[in-house]
Design a protein around this ligand. Structure first.
Ligand code: HEC
Length: 130
Protein backbone atom coordinates (compact mmCIF):
# COMPACT_ATOMS: atom_id res chain seq x y z
CA UNK A 1 0.00 0.00 0.00
CA UNK A 2 2.76 2.37 0.97
CA UNK A 3 4.43 1.77 -2.36
CA UNK A 4 1.27 2.68 -4.24
CA UNK A 5 0.91 5.90 -2.28
CA UNK A 6 4.52 6.74 -3.05
CA UNK A 7 3.99 5.94 -6.72
CA UNK A 8 0.95 8.18 -6.94
CA UNK A 9 2.78 10.95 -5.12
CA UNK A 10 5.65 10.71 -7.60
CA UNK A 11 3.23 10.84 -10.54
CA UNK A 12 1.57 13.95 -9.15
CA UNK A 13 4.97 15.55 -8.61
CA UNK A 14 6.09 14.74 -12.15
CA UNK A 15 2.94 16.34 -13.54
CA UNK A 16 3.71 19.54 -11.62
CA UNK A 17 7.22 19.99 -12.99
CA UNK A 18 6.93 22.56 -15.79
CA UNK A 19 8.12 21.55 -19.25
CA UNK A 20 11.73 22.46 -19.86
CA UNK A 21 12.23 25.98 -21.22
CA UNK A 22 14.85 26.67 -23.89
CA UNK A 23 18.04 28.32 -22.60
CA UNK A 24 18.90 31.97 -23.23
CA UNK A 25 21.49 30.89 -25.78
CA UNK A 26 18.94 28.78 -27.64
CA UNK A 27 16.39 31.59 -27.70
CA UNK A 28 19.07 34.01 -28.86
CA UNK A 29 19.96 31.71 -31.75
CA UNK A 30 16.29 31.30 -32.68
CA UNK A 31 15.00 34.85 -32.24
CA UNK A 32 17.92 37.27 -32.38
CA UNK A 33 20.92 35.96 -34.30
CA UNK A 34 19.42 36.51 -37.77
CA UNK A 35 19.90 40.25 -37.19
CA UNK A 36 22.33 40.57 -34.29
CA UNK A 37 24.59 37.75 -35.51
CA UNK A 38 25.45 34.39 -33.89
CA UNK A 39 27.93 36.06 -31.50
CA UNK A 40 25.69 39.16 -31.07
CA UNK A 41 28.16 41.41 -32.91
CA UNK A 42 25.44 43.01 -35.03
CA UNK A 43 26.39 41.06 -38.13
CA UNK A 44 23.48 38.71 -38.77
CA UNK A 45 22.52 37.53 -42.22
CA UNK A 46 19.41 39.73 -42.35
CA UNK A 47 21.37 42.96 -41.83
CA UNK A 48 21.49 44.00 -45.49
CA UNK A 49 17.71 44.28 -45.72
CA UNK A 50 17.28 46.46 -42.63
CA UNK A 51 16.93 50.25 -42.50
CA UNK A 52 18.83 50.44 -39.20
CA UNK A 53 21.91 48.50 -38.18
CA UNK A 54 21.27 45.96 -35.41
CA UNK A 55 23.23 46.85 -32.29
CA UNK A 56 26.46 45.08 -31.39
CA UNK A 57 25.11 43.51 -28.21
CA UNK A 58 28.57 42.58 -26.90
CA UNK A 59 29.45 46.23 -26.28
CA UNK A 60 26.42 47.34 -24.28
CA UNK A 61 28.37 47.47 -21.00
CA UNK A 62 31.31 49.28 -22.54
CA UNK A 63 28.99 51.87 -24.06
CA UNK A 64 27.33 52.28 -20.65
CA UNK A 65 30.36 53.17 -18.56
CA UNK A 66 31.26 49.56 -17.82
CA UNK A 67 27.92 48.59 -16.36
CA UNK A 68 25.50 46.25 -18.11
CA UNK A 69 22.32 48.28 -18.86
CA UNK A 70 19.89 45.67 -17.54
CA UNK A 71 16.87 47.92 -17.53
CA UNK A 72 17.46 49.18 -21.06
CA UNK A 73 17.91 45.67 -22.42
CA UNK A 74 14.82 44.35 -20.66
CA UNK A 75 12.77 47.37 -21.78
CA UNK A 76 13.93 46.75 -25.32
CA UNK A 77 13.04 43.08 -25.55
CA UNK A 78 9.92 43.29 -23.40
CA UNK A 79 8.78 46.65 -24.75
CA UNK A 80 8.89 45.41 -28.29
CA UNK A 81 6.67 42.47 -27.49
CA UNK A 82 4.16 44.90 -26.08
CA UNK A 83 4.25 46.76 -29.36
CA UNK A 84 4.82 50.15 -27.71
CA UNK A 85 7.33 51.13 -30.37
CA UNK A 86 5.44 51.76 -33.60
CA UNK A 87 8.58 51.95 -35.72
CA UNK A 88 9.83 48.62 -34.44
CA UNK A 89 12.28 46.80 -36.66
CA UNK A 90 12.64 44.00 -34.19
CA UNK A 91 9.82 41.49 -34.47
CA UNK A 92 7.34 40.45 -31.84
CA UNK A 93 8.77 37.94 -29.40
CA UNK A 94 5.38 36.75 -28.17
CA UNK A 95 6.25 33.11 -27.43
CA UNK A 96 8.97 34.25 -25.04
CA UNK A 97 6.29 35.90 -22.92
CA UNK A 98 4.42 32.66 -22.36
CA UNK A 99 7.12 31.38 -20.02
CA UNK A 100 6.54 31.37 -16.25
CA UNK A 101 7.07 34.64 -14.38
CA UNK A 102 10.13 34.90 -12.14
CA UNK A 103 11.26 37.81 -9.96
CA UNK A 104 13.87 39.91 -11.80
CA UNK A 105 15.62 43.01 -10.53
CA UNK A 106 16.57 44.99 -13.62
CA UNK A 107 18.60 47.44 -11.60
CA UNK A 108 16.06 49.51 -9.67
CA UNK A 109 16.22 47.26 -6.61
CA UNK A 110 12.70 45.97 -7.21
CA UNK A 111 11.92 42.40 -8.15
CA UNK A 112 9.46 42.56 -11.02
CA UNK A 113 7.66 39.39 -12.18
CA UNK A 114 9.27 38.84 -15.57
CA UNK A 115 8.90 36.01 -18.11
CA UNK A 116 11.68 33.50 -17.46
CA UNK A 117 12.80 33.31 -21.09
CA UNK A 118 13.31 37.09 -21.23
CA UNK A 119 15.39 36.92 -18.05
CA UNK A 120 17.49 34.10 -19.51
CA UNK A 121 17.97 36.08 -22.72
CA UNK A 122 19.08 39.19 -20.83
CA UNK A 123 21.47 37.09 -18.75
CA UNK A 124 22.82 35.47 -21.91
CA UNK A 125 23.51 38.90 -23.42
CA UNK A 126 25.11 40.03 -20.15
CA UNK A 127 27.52 37.07 -20.31
CA UNK A 128 28.53 38.08 -23.86
CA UNK A 129 29.85 41.50 -22.76
CA UNK A 130 33.42 42.20 -23.80
C1 HEC B 1 14.73 41.94 -37.56
C2 HEC B 1 16.05 42.18 -36.99
C3 HEC B 1 16.22 42.06 -35.47
C4 HEC B 1 15.94 40.98 -34.68
C5 HEC B 1 15.34 39.63 -35.08
C6 HEC B 1 16.33 41.35 -33.33
N1 HEC B 1 16.83 42.63 -33.32
FE1 HEC B 1 17.51 43.65 -31.69
N2 HEC B 1 17.83 45.29 -32.85
C7 HEC B 1 17.65 45.36 -34.23
C8 HEC B 1 18.00 46.69 -34.70
C9 HEC B 1 17.93 47.16 -36.15
C10 HEC B 1 18.39 47.43 -33.56
C11 HEC B 1 18.86 48.88 -33.51
C12 HEC B 1 17.70 49.79 -33.77
C13 HEC B 1 16.71 49.72 -32.66
O1 HEC B 1 17.10 49.98 -31.53
O2 HEC B 1 15.55 49.36 -32.91
C14 HEC B 1 18.27 46.52 -32.41
C15 HEC B 1 18.54 46.87 -31.10
C16 HEC B 1 18.52 46.00 -30.02
C17 HEC B 1 18.86 46.35 -28.66
C18 HEC B 1 19.21 47.73 -28.15
C19 HEC B 1 20.70 47.88 -28.00
C20 HEC B 1 21.06 49.21 -27.42
O3 HEC B 1 21.95 49.85 -27.99
O4 HEC B 1 20.46 49.61 -26.41
C21 HEC B 1 18.75 45.22 -27.90
C22 HEC B 1 19.03 45.07 -26.41
C23 HEC B 1 18.34 44.17 -28.79
N3 HEC B 1 18.20 44.67 -30.08
C24 HEC B 1 18.12 42.87 -28.41
C25 HEC B 1 17.57 41.90 -29.21
C26 HEC B 1 17.23 40.57 -28.76
C27 HEC B 1 17.48 40.04 -27.35
C28 HEC B 1 16.67 39.92 -29.82
C29 HEC B 1 16.06 38.54 -29.84
C30 HEC B 1 15.03 38.25 -28.88
C31 HEC B 1 16.67 40.84 -30.95
N4 HEC B 1 17.23 42.02 -30.54
C32 HEC B 1 16.21 40.53 -32.22
C33 HEC B 1 17.23 44.34 -35.05
C34 HEC B 1 16.79 43.09 -34.62
Amino acid sequence: MRRIVLGVALLVLAACVPPEEPTGAEDFAAYCSACHGPAAKGDGTMVSGLTAKPADLTRLSRRNGGEFPKLRVMAKIWGYTGGRDGAAIMPNFGPLLDSPLVPYDSGDGRETPTPLRLVQLAEHIERLQE
